[in-house]
Design a protein around this ligand. Structure first.
Ligand code: ADP
Length: 313
């Protein structure tokens, strides 16, 4: 096989209490990526979208990942990649991670499935380094493994654990404002009191247990964040109102997706998630802020082979 098209999903990092370690994949939105093996020892990138992303292989997340894979196997060939990005860069739902993970998984398929998912996470982390200067692993892990993931440690390599979970749906609202990841990091304290840490890891453990047991009440109780939300919420207009509206519409809980500005809420059914997204949307109706909304189930497989996909659609 010399050509493959994959769908690479958006992801929610942190999942409220699991700062920099928890994540899950969404079925919607996703990027479409077609990768071809070519004879020339080079990487060619073409974007079918209007985001103006760099196409130089060293500056594009997908190019950096493909380059690291070609180096690793000392390849005498190259890749041509076409990307239709549907996940807006800077949205906080893993736009760069989708390019990184999609490139890694697609390359692995063309290379005869020679790498494990854990190895693909390491290649994909090289793409995240291009996007944000750090080899973060939470979004790419969820994107490659699918479902809910926990990154227990990142050094020397990411130790990724796939988590069991019950049926869950996500309501996601993306207000069209810009939050730089660096700014979202800068507003957070470097150190926390032990009492705060205890409350936070109590919730992380309980959320993982709630997901494993399918205990929706426990999941709801565990969706609390004392580490990022108190500081980052000030970067998102009407954040408290948004959350109250979502909870009143029946959400189990939720918070800032990654470093924002997207906000997500989890719900037991698609219908409730639809009500939640409508309720959150109404908060912004009375403002000048435009939004994108998604109702999605949890994407179980992560990056997946596309069937009958046409670029640009
Ligand atoms: P997100 O949290 O949505 O991934 P980031 O701000 O972390 O957003 O990443 C987007 C950054 O990565 C932008 O600066 C963008 O220019 C850069 N970038 C380079 N290549 C890509 C790519 N293929 N897909 C997405 N972002 C890319």
């Amino acid at each position: 096989m010399d050509e493959i098209t994959v769908h690479s999903p958006a992801t929610v990092a942190n999942v409220v209490c699991g700062f920099d370690c928890l994540g899950f994949a969404l079925s919607e939105p996703f990027d479409v990526m077609t990768l071809r093996k070519i004879e020339q020892k080079t990487i060619r990138i073409k974007h079918h979208d209007d985001f103006g992303l760099p196409t130089h292989p060293g500056k594009n997340v997908a190019g950096a990942v493909l380059g690291s894979i070609l180096d690793n196997i000392d390849a005498d060939f190259g890749f041509d990649i076409e990307i239709t990005k549907r996940i807006k860069p800077g949205s906080g739902i893993g736009s760069s991670a989708a390019s990184a993970a999609g490139a890694a998984v697609a390359a692995n398929i063309l290379l005869g499935d020679r790498f494990s998912k854990s190895a693909l996470v390491e290649f994909a982390r090289n793409g995240e380094a291009v996007a944000c200067g750090s080899r973060i692993a939470d979004n790419v892990s969820a994107c490659i493994f699918g479902g809910f993931t926990l990154v227990r440690a990142t050094e020397p390599v990411a130790d990724v654990i796939s988590l069991d979970h019950p049926t869950l749906f996500a309501a996601v609202i993306h207000p069209q404002i810009e939050i730089k990841t660096a700014d979202a990091r800068a507003v957070m304290p470097r150190e926390f009191p032990l009492t705060t840490a205890v409350r936070q890891w109590g919730n992380v453990g309980a959320l993982v247990a709630g997901l494993a047991k399918g205990d929706y009440d426990l999941i709801a109780r565990s969706l609390e964040d004392f580490v990022a939300e108190p500081y980052r919420k000030n970067l998102i207009p009407h954040y408290d109102e948004l959350k109250t509206a979502g909870l009143q519409a029946g959400a189990l809980g939720g918070g800032i997706s990654g470093s924002g500005p997207s906000v997500f809420m989890l719900a037991r059914t698609r219908e409730i998630a639809g009500n939640v997204v409508n309720a959150m949307n109404r908060v912004y109706d009375k403002t000048e802020i435009a939004v994108n909304c998604y109702v999605s189930d949890v994407e179980k497989n992560g990056v997946r082979i596309a069937r009958d996909v046409i670029h640009g659609q």
